[in-house]
Design a protein around this ligand. Structure first.
Ligand code: PBG
Length: 329
Protein backbone atom coordinates (compact mmCIF):
# COMPACT_ATOMS: atom_id res chain seq x y z
CA UNK A 1 0.00 0.00 0.00
CA UNK A 2 1.33 3.43 -0.87
CA UNK A 3 1.25 6.19 1.72
CA UNK A 4 -1.89 8.35 1.20
CA UNK A 5 -1.17 11.93 0.17
CA UNK A 6 -1.56 14.34 3.07
CA UNK A 7 -3.67 17.22 1.77
CA UNK A 8 -3.26 20.60 3.54
CA UNK A 9 -4.85 22.14 0.43
CA UNK A 10 -8.29 21.02 1.68
CA UNK A 11 -8.46 24.00 4.01
CA UNK A 12 -7.48 26.39 1.22
CA UNK A 13 -10.19 25.36 -1.22
CA UNK A 14 -12.75 28.14 -0.73
CA UNK A 15 -12.75 31.69 0.67
CA UNK A 16 -14.95 30.50 3.56
CA UNK A 17 -12.56 27.66 4.48
CA UNK A 18 -9.56 29.96 4.21
CA UNK A 19 -11.23 32.52 6.44
CA UNK A 20 -12.15 29.91 9.05
CA UNK A 21 -8.65 28.39 9.00
CA UNK A 22 -6.91 31.76 9.29
CA UNK A 23 -4.49 31.88 12.23
CA UNK A 24 -3.98 35.63 12.28
CA UNK A 25 -6.57 38.36 12.12
CA UNK A 26 -6.30 42.08 11.70
CA UNK A 27 -8.71 44.46 13.34
CA UNK A 28 -8.80 48.28 13.18
CA UNK A 29 -8.44 48.47 16.98
CA UNK A 30 -4.94 46.98 16.65
CA UNK A 31 -3.66 49.87 14.55
CA UNK A 32 -2.02 53.12 15.68
CA UNK A 33 -1.44 56.06 13.34
CA UNK A 34 1.71 58.17 13.78
CA UNK A 35 0.98 61.87 13.09
CA UNK A 36 3.34 64.80 12.59
CA UNK A 37 2.17 68.20 13.78
CA UNK A 38 4.24 71.15 12.65
CA UNK A 39 4.35 74.50 14.38
CA UNK A 40 3.49 77.65 12.46
CA UNK A 41 1.64 76.25 9.45
CA UNK A 42 -2.04 76.69 8.70
CA UNK A 43 -2.45 73.87 6.24
CA UNK A 44 -0.93 70.43 5.79
CA UNK A 45 2.41 70.07 3.97
CA UNK A 46 3.21 66.83 2.09
CA UNK A 47 6.36 64.89 3.06
CA UNK A 48 8.21 64.11 -0.18
CA UNK A 49 9.82 60.84 0.95
CA UNK A 50 6.52 59.58 2.42
CA UNK A 51 3.93 60.04 -0.35
CA UNK A 52 0.47 60.36 1.22
CA UNK A 53 1.80 61.42 4.66
CA UNK A 54 1.60 65.05 5.79
CA UNK A 55 3.09 67.44 8.27
CA UNK A 56 -0.14 68.63 9.86
CA UNK A 57 -1.32 71.95 11.11
CA UNK A 58 -3.40 71.74 14.28
CA UNK A 59 -6.57 71.99 12.21
CA UNK A 60 -5.62 69.36 9.65
CA UNK A 61 -4.44 67.09 12.49
CA UNK A 62 -7.88 67.44 14.09
CA UNK A 63 -9.46 66.25 10.85
CA UNK A 64 -6.99 63.36 10.53
CA UNK A 65 -7.68 62.25 14.10
CA UNK A 66 -11.45 62.50 13.62
CA UNK A 67 -11.12 60.38 10.48
CA UNK A 68 -8.94 57.86 12.36
CA UNK A 69 -11.55 57.62 15.12
CA UNK A 70 -14.28 57.18 12.53
CA UNK A 71 -12.32 54.27 11.02
CA UNK A 72 -12.11 52.70 14.48
CA UNK A 73 -8.35 52.53 14.89
CA UNK A 74 -6.83 52.09 18.33
CA UNK A 75 -4.92 55.32 18.64
CA UNK A 76 -2.67 58.03 17.28
CA UNK A 77 0.98 58.69 18.16
CA UNK A 78 1.88 62.37 17.96
CA UNK A 79 5.23 63.85 16.95
CA UNK A 80 5.95 67.59 17.10
CA UNK A 81 7.93 69.60 14.56
CA UNK A 82 8.94 72.89 16.26
CA UNK A 83 10.10 76.07 14.56
CA UNK A 84 12.87 76.71 17.09
CA UNK A 85 15.35 74.18 18.53
CA UNK A 86 18.04 74.45 21.17
CA UNK A 87 20.66 72.33 22.93
CA UNK A 88 18.33 70.97 25.62
CA UNK A 89 15.15 70.74 23.58
CA UNK A 90 13.25 73.38 25.56
CA UNK A 91 10.21 73.13 23.30
CA UNK A 92 9.59 69.60 24.55
CA UNK A 93 8.87 70.66 28.11
CA UNK A 94 7.20 74.00 27.36
CA UNK A 95 3.40 73.75 27.77
CA UNK A 96 3.23 76.07 24.72
CA UNK A 97 5.53 73.76 22.73
CA UNK A 98 3.92 72.35 19.58
CA UNK A 99 3.60 68.76 20.79
CA UNK A 100 1.91 69.76 24.03
CA UNK A 101 -0.37 72.26 22.30
CA UNK A 102 -1.35 69.66 19.69
CA UNK A 103 -1.99 67.04 22.37
CA UNK A 104 -4.43 69.33 24.19
CA UNK A 105 -6.23 70.20 20.97
CA UNK A 106 -6.52 66.60 19.77
CA UNK A 107 -7.57 65.12 23.11
CA UNK A 108 -10.22 67.83 23.16
CA UNK A 109 -11.29 66.88 19.63
CA UNK A 110 -11.65 63.09 20.04
CA UNK A 111 -12.09 62.49 23.76
CA UNK A 112 -12.11 58.76 24.38
CA UNK A 113 -12.81 57.61 20.82
CA UNK A 114 -9.19 56.54 20.53
CA UNK A 115 -6.00 56.69 22.60
CA UNK A 116 -3.99 59.88 22.10
CA UNK A 117 -0.32 59.05 22.60
CA UNK A 118 2.82 61.18 22.43
CA UNK A 119 6.43 60.61 21.48
CA UNK A 120 8.66 61.17 24.48
CA UNK A 121 12.06 61.95 23.02
CA UNK A 122 14.14 65.08 22.57
CA UNK A 123 15.36 64.64 18.98
CA UNK A 124 12.71 66.79 17.33
CA UNK A 125 13.44 69.60 19.77
CA UNK A 126 17.24 69.66 19.95
CA UNK A 127 19.38 71.72 17.55
CA UNK A 128 21.92 68.86 17.32
CA UNK A 129 19.16 66.32 16.61
CA UNK A 130 20.16 63.77 19.25
CA UNK A 131 17.59 62.05 21.45
CA UNK A 132 19.21 63.43 24.58
CA UNK A 133 21.34 66.27 25.88
CA UNK A 134 25.06 66.31 25.19
CA UNK A 135 27.98 66.14 27.61
CA UNK A 136 30.95 68.50 27.10
CA UNK A 137 32.74 65.85 25.04
CA UNK A 138 29.77 65.71 22.63
CA UNK A 139 28.49 62.30 23.78
CA UNK A 140 24.84 61.81 24.70
CA UNK A 141 24.61 62.15 28.49
CA UNK A 142 22.31 59.39 29.70
CA UNK A 143 21.53 60.57 33.22
CA UNK A 144 21.23 64.26 32.38
CA UNK A 145 18.77 63.26 29.65
CA UNK A 146 16.60 61.39 32.16
CA UNK A 147 15.99 64.65 33.98
CA UNK A 148 14.73 66.20 30.73
CA UNK A 149 12.55 63.15 30.03
CA UNK A 150 10.98 63.42 33.47
CA UNK A 151 9.99 67.02 32.78
CA UNK A 152 8.76 66.10 29.32
CA UNK A 153 6.62 63.33 30.80
CA UNK A 154 4.99 65.76 33.20
CA UNK A 155 4.28 68.25 30.40
CA UNK A 156 2.74 65.54 28.21
CA UNK A 157 0.65 64.03 31.00
CA UNK A 158 -0.59 67.51 31.90
CA UNK A 159 -1.52 68.06 28.25
CA UNK A 160 -3.70 64.94 28.41
CA UNK A 161 -1.59 62.30 26.68
CA UNK A 162 -2.82 58.89 27.80
CA UNK A 163 0.23 56.89 26.79
CA UNK A 164 3.80 58.15 26.55
CA UNK A 165 6.04 56.56 23.92
CA UNK A 166 9.56 56.45 25.32
CA UNK A 167 11.61 56.27 22.14
CA UNK A 168 14.94 57.77 23.26
CA UNK A 169 16.76 54.54 24.23
CA UNK A 170 18.32 55.99 27.39
CA UNK A 171 19.05 53.45 30.13
CA UNK A 172 16.68 53.74 33.06
CA UNK A 173 14.16 55.93 31.23
CA UNK A 174 11.11 53.80 32.05
CA UNK A 175 11.83 53.68 35.79
CA UNK A 176 12.67 57.39 35.93
CA UNK A 177 9.54 58.51 34.12
CA UNK A 178 7.27 56.10 36.04
CA UNK A 179 8.54 57.36 39.38
CA UNK A 180 8.15 60.99 38.32
CA UNK A 181 4.61 60.52 37.02
CA UNK A 182 3.51 58.61 40.12
CA UNK A 183 4.93 61.23 42.45
CA UNK A 184 2.93 63.90 40.59
CA UNK A 185 -0.33 61.98 40.73
CA UNK A 186 -0.24 60.71 37.14
CA UNK A 187 -0.43 57.03 38.13
CA UNK A 188 -2.82 56.31 35.27
CA UNK A 189 -0.64 57.66 32.47
CA UNK A 190 0.62 54.55 30.64
CA UNK A 191 4.13 53.94 29.32
CA UNK A 192 5.01 52.40 25.99
CA UNK A 193 8.70 51.50 25.96
CA UNK A 194 10.43 51.41 22.61
CA UNK A 195 12.51 48.57 24.04
CA UNK A 196 14.16 46.97 21.04
CA UNK A 197 14.78 50.04 18.90
CA UNK A 198 17.52 49.47 16.38
CA UNK A 199 19.92 52.00 14.81
CA UNK A 200 18.20 51.66 11.45
CA UNK A 201 18.56 53.13 7.97
CA UNK A 202 14.80 52.73 7.63
CA UNK A 203 14.15 55.87 9.72
CA UNK A 204 15.38 58.01 6.83
CA UNK A 205 12.05 59.43 5.63
CA UNK A 206 10.94 60.11 9.23
CA UNK A 207 13.94 62.35 9.66
CA UNK A 208 12.70 64.34 6.66
CA UNK A 209 9.24 64.41 8.22
CA UNK A 210 10.51 65.96 11.45
CA UNK A 211 13.19 68.02 9.65
CA UNK A 212 15.87 66.33 11.72
CA UNK A 213 19.12 68.21 12.16
CA UNK A 214 21.06 65.08 13.16
CA UNK A 215 24.57 64.65 11.86
CA UNK A 216 26.16 61.28 12.45
CA UNK A 217 24.07 58.47 13.90
CA UNK A 218 22.49 57.06 17.06
CA UNK A 219 24.64 53.96 17.44
CA UNK A 220 25.70 54.74 21.01
CA UNK A 221 22.10 54.38 22.19
CA UNK A 222 20.03 52.48 19.62
CA UNK A 223 20.64 48.74 19.19
CA UNK A 224 23.08 47.16 16.78
CA UNK A 225 21.04 45.59 13.94
CA UNK A 226 22.92 42.29 14.33
CA UNK A 227 21.81 41.76 17.93
CA UNK A 228 18.80 39.56 18.54
CA UNK A 229 19.34 38.47 22.15
CA UNK A 230 19.94 42.05 23.21
CA UNK A 231 16.48 43.03 21.94
CA UNK A 232 14.98 40.57 24.41
CA UNK A 233 17.23 41.87 27.19
CA UNK A 234 16.02 45.43 26.61
CA UNK A 235 12.41 44.26 26.79
CA UNK A 236 13.10 42.38 30.05
CA UNK A 237 14.64 45.49 31.60
CA UNK A 238 11.75 47.73 30.51
CA UNK A 239 9.13 45.32 31.85
CA UNK A 240 10.99 45.17 35.17
CA UNK A 241 11.08 49.00 35.24
CA UNK A 242 7.30 49.17 34.82
CA UNK A 243 6.59 49.45 31.09
CA UNK A 244 2.90 48.86 30.30
CA UNK A 245 3.69 47.96 26.70
CA UNK A 246 6.99 47.08 25.01
CA UNK A 247 7.82 47.65 21.38
CA UNK A 248 10.09 46.40 18.62
CA UNK A 249 11.16 48.85 15.91
CA UNK A 250 11.52 48.70 12.92
CA UNK A 251 9.04 45.87 12.43
CA UNK A 252 9.36 44.16 9.06
CA UNK A 253 13.09 43.50 9.09
CA UNK A 254 13.10 42.57 12.81
CA UNK A 255 10.35 39.92 12.89
CA UNK A 256 12.72 37.47 14.62
CA UNK A 257 13.23 39.90 17.49
CA UNK A 258 9.49 40.57 17.59
CA UNK A 259 8.77 36.86 17.80
CA UNK A 260 11.30 36.42 20.64
CA UNK A 261 9.91 39.38 22.59
CA UNK A 262 6.32 38.17 22.10
CA UNK A 263 7.32 34.78 23.49
CA UNK A 264 8.78 36.17 26.72
CA UNK A 265 6.68 39.25 27.42
CA UNK A 266 4.11 39.49 30.20
CA UNK A 267 2.86 42.82 28.82
CA UNK A 268 1.43 43.68 25.37
CA UNK A 269 3.96 43.81 22.53
CA UNK A 270 3.64 46.36 19.75
CA UNK A 271 5.71 46.93 16.64
CA UNK A 272 6.43 50.07 14.59
CA UNK A 273 6.31 49.73 10.82
CA UNK A 274 8.63 52.67 10.19
CA UNK A 275 8.87 55.35 7.54
CA UNK A 276 11.38 53.45 5.36
CA UNK A 277 9.13 50.39 5.30
CA UNK A 278 6.29 52.67 4.22
CA UNK A 279 8.39 54.43 1.58
CA UNK A 280 9.66 51.20 0.02
CA UNK A 281 6.18 49.81 -0.56
CA UNK A 282 4.80 53.14 -1.78
CA UNK A 283 7.71 53.62 -4.19
CA UNK A 284 7.50 50.13 -5.67
CA UNK A 285 3.71 50.36 -5.92
CA UNK A 286 3.95 53.75 -7.65
CA UNK A 287 6.14 52.11 -10.28
CA UNK A 288 3.52 49.40 -10.73
CA UNK A 289 6.02 46.78 -9.55
CA UNK A 290 3.93 45.44 -6.68
CA UNK A 291 0.22 45.49 -5.82
CA UNK A 292 -0.11 48.33 -3.32
CA UNK A 293 -3.14 47.16 -1.34
CA UNK A 294 -2.06 43.53 -1.09
CA UNK A 295 1.49 44.49 -0.13
CA UNK A 296 0.28 46.80 2.62
CA UNK A 297 -2.11 44.19 4.00
CA UNK A 298 0.49 41.42 3.87
CA UNK A 299 3.20 43.54 5.49
CA UNK A 300 1.00 44.45 8.46
CA UNK A 301 -0.51 40.98 8.78
CA UNK A 302 3.01 39.52 8.89
CA UNK A 303 3.92 41.83 11.77
CA UNK A 304 0.84 40.57 13.62
CA UNK A 305 1.73 36.95 12.80
CA UNK A 306 5.22 37.41 14.24
CA UNK A 307 3.65 38.42 17.55
CA UNK A 308 2.64 42.08 17.62
CA UNK A 309 -0.60 42.77 19.49
CA UNK A 310 -0.80 46.18 17.81
CA UNK A 311 1.05 47.88 14.98
CA UNK A 312 2.04 51.51 14.49
CA UNK A 313 1.71 52.14 10.77
CA UNK A 314 1.28 55.17 8.53
CA UNK A 315 -1.43 53.20 6.70
CA UNK A 316 -3.54 52.73 9.87
CA UNK A 317 -6.59 54.74 8.80
CA UNK A 318 -6.57 53.54 5.19
CA UNK A 319 -6.10 49.92 6.21
CA UNK A 320 -8.92 50.17 8.75
CA UNK A 321 -11.17 51.70 6.09
CA UNK A 322 -10.52 48.73 3.80
CA UNK A 323 -11.30 46.32 6.63
CA UNK A 324 -14.54 48.15 7.40
CA UNK A 325 -15.58 47.99 3.75
CA UNK A 326 -14.97 44.25 3.70
CA UNK A 327 -17.04 43.72 6.85
CA UNK A 328 -19.86 45.81 5.39
CA UNK A 329 -19.91 43.72 2.23
C1 PBG B 1 12.78 59.24 17.72
C2 PBG B 1 12.00 58.49 16.71
C3 PBG B 1 12.41 58.07 15.44
C4 PBG B 1 11.32 57.40 14.87
C5 PBG B 1 10.29 57.43 15.80
N1 PBG B 1 10.74 58.07 16.95
C6 PBG B 1 13.59 58.35 14.65
C7 PBG B 1 14.93 58.08 15.13
O1 PBG B 1 15.19 57.34 16.07
O2 PBG B 1 15.80 58.66 14.48
C8 PBG B 1 11.30 56.79 13.51
C9 PBG B 1 9.96 56.45 12.97
C10 PBG B 1 9.93 56.15 11.53
O3 PBG B 1 10.97 56.04 10.85
O4 PBG B 1 8.80 56.01 11.02
N2 PBG B 1 11.98 60.24 18.33
Amino acid sequence: MTTPIIRPRRLRATPALRRLASETHLHPSQLVLPLFVREGIDKAVPIVSMPGVMQHSIDSAKRAVAEAAEAGIGGVMLFGVPTVRDAIGSGATDPRGILNVATRALVDEVGDALVVQTDLCLDEFTDHGHCGVLAVDGSVDNDATLIRYNDMALAQAAAGSQLLGLSGMMDGQVAAVRETLDAAGYEDTALLAYSAKYASAFYGPFRDAVESTLEGDRRTYQLNPGNRREGVREAEIDIAEGADVVMVKPAGVYLDVLSDVAAMSSVPVWAYQVSGEYAMIEAAAAQGWIDRKRSIEESVLSIRRAGADAVLTYWATELATWMNEETAR
